[in-house]
Ligand binder design. Structure first.
Ligand code: RIB
Ligand code: NA
Length: 309
């Protein structure tokens, strides 16, 4: 079997509370709604790609528990291949405690659990799928060693790679840059990685130059409502790709919707200019911020205008 998009990454059960604002340290505040959803950056990205219509496989680990069983069913319901979804009894399925305020902003604590048990052994078992993929996508909610290995395996086999260094760490191994065809992060991650402050489009241009110098083929820095900045190794200057204004209800997972869509375009229209892929991925992510939840807000092909395909 072959897959267009293969994601090596995380699954989390999202425990979401909606409250007027985010609590301060030591404070208890009253929220108005609670719900449980499917999340985790890796799975979110994979499911968004699948919903746009490419063949996807997820390489991940969940617990041998209720949340893990449910997660596997969720992949099946979304047409994601599950032969490389392992279950362990040594750790619980990953969980994310999320608070969303009235402005649609969030604060998240993740406990990665079973996600940290995905390692070299599982990558070896999925090697054929990785080798034959059109696009491989990784993030940082699993062991960073495993992410780096997966990207290396893909890179060695000329599979195009997207790396999303989220959640960011200040001391990221420089090996990640050399195996990333598209290095895609948001403004705060760019800030942490480069040490530059990234508050506007101008700052993003500078941060992108610095990230590119470290060895990736292209850099995208997403800027929320301001769209994103795209910089390719063959070009001297980066391009600002603006996005259209929408009213944000819940921005949780918007970055994952963007990356899932980007993976879709890279697999489905490999020769499309990266700026155009980013413009379209912005539009997909803009739909996701206008509805509550993470995966529940990710659009399907049928929900989107035909000119995005
Ligand atoms: O990017 C959003 C995701 O981050 C949530 O689904 C949550 O699980 C955390 O991993
Ligand atoms: Na949303």
């Amino acid at each position: 079997k072959t897959f267009d998009v293969v994601v090596v990454g995380s699954c989390m059960t999202d425990l979401v509370s909606q409250a007027p604002r985010l609590p301060k340290a030591g404070e208890t505040i009253r929220g108005h709604k609670f719900f449980i959803g499917f999340g985790g950056k890796g799975a979110n990205q994979c499911i968004q790609a699948a919903r746009l219509g490419v063949k996807t496989a997820m390489i991940c680990k969940v617990g041998k528990d209720f949340f893990g069983d449910n997660y596997i069913q969720n992949f099946k319901d979304n047409d994601v291949h599950t032969d490389f979804v392992w279950q362990t009894s040594d750790a619980a399925t990953g969980a994310a405690s999320i608070t969303v305020n009235d402005a649609g902003e969030n604060a998240i604590v993740i406990v990665a659990g079973a996600n940290m048990r995905l390692g070299e052994e599982e990558l070896q078992q999925a090697l054929t799928a990785i080798r034959k993929a059109k696009v491989l996508v990784c993030q940082l909610e699993i062991s960073s060693q495993t992410s780096l290995r997966a990207l290396q395996m893909a890179h060695d086999n000329k599979v195009r790679t997207i790396f999303n260094p989220a959640p960011a760490v200040p001391d990221l191994d420089f090996g990640f840059y050399r195996v990333s065809d598209v290095f895609c992060c948001n403004e705060s991650e760019a800030e942490l990685l480069t040490g530059y402050s990234v508050n506007n489009v101008e700052d993003a241009h500078h941060a992108a130059q610095e990230l590119l110098r470290r060895g990736c083929t292209a850099v995208i820095i997403t800027l929320g409502p301001q769209g994103c900045v795209v910089l390719k190794a063959q070009d001297k200057t980066s391009t600002h790709v603006p996005s259209t204004a929408v009213k944000a209800v819940d921005t949780t997972g918007a970055g994952d919707s963007f990356i899932g869509a980007l993976a879709f375009y890279l697999a489905h229209h490999p020769d499309m200019p990266l700026e155009e892929m980013a413009r379209r991925a912005n539009q997909v992510a803009a739909v996701s911020v206008q509805a509550v939840g993470t995966q529940t807000s990710f659009p399907f092909k049928r929900d989107l205008p035909a000119d995005l395909f």
